[in-house]
Design a binder for this molecule. Structure first.
Ligand code: SF4
Ligand code: SF4
Ligand code: FES
Length: 636
């Protein structure tokens, strides 16, 4: 056409149609300019300023959606100045975007499980679909539904409304996973065609099983080498059956092996398995060895007979199938974490007459799950808070006789943020004991460094100053390019869900390595958070949502617990699970997967705190029976 305009777009001479905007011109020429407020059916608003471009000779940036082209126009759509202007526009917008992209439960879950999503599927009775959604990020829902420490429930917004009773996120997970596990049409993920690559995974604990689950789906043959005669690692040898029955564990392990993964038992790297052999047969290795060497009390005399490390105590019972005989005995458990809880509750099940938990801080500082503390008290465990052992006293045969303890008081906070316990001078007292169990920490045992380093030709495996495996934080690749690591062996003793989360990262990196790709961690996304603006309190929820009491977990009567039967019985039926699902406030945004604001805020690295100050917090409009109107999310 003769009346076409000559334009220079990003340094290229092109023809423009008279009357068209820069945005239309760019689009016709395959150049994408971000837009938010523009709707081609309407006259341009020019309010978001995300579509700005630089036009030679014009002052400042021009909104491309409303600026018409002229003869000889020279336009830049992607230079540094344009990017800064777009980022500023987005910073301004998100600084007044009082909205949550993701629910806090999902944000707090180390594995990023889509809690809101699976709860909504449970509400519809779609249990296998709920399980499938959970398994995208956590392959062990029936296990975690029983023993997870539940950081999601601490973060749950329901706590603000119903006096500290979160949505039963974990109980519902257990319900859906059990329904699926025992159904005839269990969820089984698709496995890609074989890539011909093989991965050796060291350890069949939560990290190893999860790594295999993710990698096998990608078509890589996974073989797990397990030092013990049975799978599960800490899940079997550290968690007693009254919390996690072995048949549930076995079923969930089978859901991993049915994808094609093999587990080879009684194989310990550094002992009867060498890296030299593995290297010949496998393209990559993932170390998921756990952190299972127990420590003793750490005071004079702790080598006395009948003083054990808590995890050895728990492991020995599972290994031998024999209970310790504590009939009529007095047992002290030293420590305040979940292992201490497992030790004290197990001691009672072994017949102990009296079980004390000795902890140097107060109950408030105990790292153990509050439910465990509660149940231990119901079962009769007695607590000695602000108390610390200073000496183990032996009889003439070297057997534990008593323990000398000191009373403590809390001083200044230490590195962990908890107040440091300080001994009170002259407060010593003795307590007569038959057994003592130390549940105060675990160490990682890396006995294969030499073996690996002697035979590695692509790097060196190292441990850090705590004795854990050294791996890149974002990819979990170790110093040896073909070896990855995940779980407690990297972090030191942590939680099951953290091991699962690490397995997801390590297997992603391992897959990239096997496919010859550059190792890239999961990209970081922009996430808008209401908490960025203010701390949410009860007043933000009261009157806006209905109160509804939490469906509590039915449990065995206390006097029916001197055995290893599962204490928590699970929701009795679907009605209970669906009723609990109704308590979810659906905190995350429905537009999460399609939102352009989130997409561009991610692309331009927008910062919600850049322009701190006034913001609008609009009331949600629930007047329509099905549509919720949230003006906080309007960007015009
Ligand atoms: S997904 Fe989009 S609309 Fe929803 S809260 Fe996040 S940024 Fe706002
Ligand atoms: S109310 Fe629902 S979406 Fe919100 S934090 Fe709790 S479980 Fe998650
Ligand atoms: S899309 Fe052009 S100003 Fe919003």
């Amino acid at each position: 056409m003769s009346n076409q305009l000559n334009i220079i777009l990003n340094g290229k001479n092109i023809k423009g149609n008279p009357g068209e905007t820069i945005l239309q011109l760019a689009k016709r020429n395959g150049i994408e300019i971000p837009t938010l407020c523009n709707d081609p059916r309407l006259k341009p608003f020019s309010s978001c300023f995300v579509c700005v471009v630089e036009v030679d000779g014009m002052k400042g940036m021009q909104p491309s959606c409303s600026t018409k082209i002229n003869e000889g126009m020279k336009i830049e759509t992607e230079n540094e100045k344009v990017k800064i202007a777009r980022k500023t526009a987005l910073d301004l917008m998100v600084s007044n975007h009082y909205a949550d992209c993701e629910a806090p439960c999902k944000q707090t879950c180390p594995a990023g499980v889509d809690v809101q999503g699976y709860i909504s599927l449970i509400e519809k009775g779609l249990y296998s679909e709920a399980t499938a959604l959970i398994k995208e990020t956590n392959p062990l829902p029936a296990i975690c539904g029983r023993v997870c420490v539940r950081p999601c429930e601490v973060a749950c917004r329901r706590n603000h409304l119903d006096e500290g009773t979160a949505v039963g996120i974990d109980y519902m997970k257990r319900f859906a996973a059990d329904m699926d596990l025992f159904s005839e049409n269990r969820y089984i993920p698709e496995v890609a065609e074989s890539t011909g690559k093989k991965v050796a995974i060291i350890g069949a604990g939560p990290g190893g099983l999860s790594s295999a689950y993710f990698l096998q789906q990608k078509g890589h043959q996974c073989d797990i080498f397990e030092a013990s005669p049975n799978p599960g690692g800490w899940l079997r040898y550290g968690i007693p059956e009254y919390r996690l029955p072995n048949d549930i564990l076995d079923k969930e392990v089978a859901a991993v092996t049915e994808l094609g993964t093999n587990i080879l038992y009684n194989k310990k790297l550094g002992e009867n398995l060498s890296y030299k052999e593995l290297k010949k047969e496998y393209d990559s290795v993932i170390l998921t060895i756990g952190s299972q060497r127990g420590t003793l009390i750490g005071c004079e005399g702790d080598d006395a007979e009948n003083v054990y490390s808590g995890i050895d105590f728990l492991r020995n019972m599972e290994m031998t199938g024999q209970k310790y005989d504590f009939e009529g005995k007095t047992v002290a458990v030293v420590g305040g974490g979940n292992t201490a809880m497992d030790c004290c509750r197990t001691s009672l099940r072994c017949g102990a007459e009296k079980v004390y938990v000795i902890y140097r801080r107060t109950e408030k500082e105990m790292p153990a799950n509050p439910i465990e503390i509660h149940e231990s008290k119901v079962e009769g465990v007695e607590y000695m808070f602000l108390t610390n052992p200073s000496k183990v006293n032996k009889d003439k045969d070297g057997k534990l006789k008593s323990m000398t303890c000191l009373k403590m008081e809390l001083g200044e906070p230490d590195a962990s943020g908890r107040r440091r316990p300080v001994p009170i001078e002259g407060s010593e007292f003795d307590i007569e004991l038959d057994y003592a169990l130390a549940a105060i920490g675990q160490k990682t045992e890396v006995n294969f460094l030499e073996d690996i380093n002697e035979h590695s030709d692509n790097g060196k495996l190292e441990v850090n100053r705590w004795g854990d495996i050294d791996a890149d934080k974002s990819t979990l690749q170790t110093g040896v390019k073909s070896i990855f690591a995940a779980g407690d062996g990297v972090t030191g003793p942590a939680t099951i869900i953290e091991a699962v989360a690490q397995a997801k990262t390590a297997s992603r990196s391992c897959h990239q390595y096997l496919m010859g790709l550059t190792l890239e961690p999961e990209p970081k996304e922009f996430i808008s958070r209401r908490d960025t603006f203010k701390e949410l309190t009860t007043s933000d929820f009261l009157g806006r949502y209905q109160k509804q009491i939490r469906e509590e977990m039915p449990v065995l009567e206390a006097d029916d617990r001197v055995n290893f039967k599962e204490v928590e019985l699970g929701y009795s039926d679907e009605k209970v699970a669906k009723h609990e699902a109704e308590r979810c406030l659906e905190c995350g945004c429905t537009e999460f997967h399609t939102c352009d604001l989130k997409k561009y805020a991610t692309q331009y690295d927008a910062d919600q705190k850049h322009f701190e100050g006034d913001y609008h917090a609009y009331e949600l409009d629930f007047s329509h029976p099905f549509i919720e109107i949230d003006n906080n999310k309007c960007i015009l």
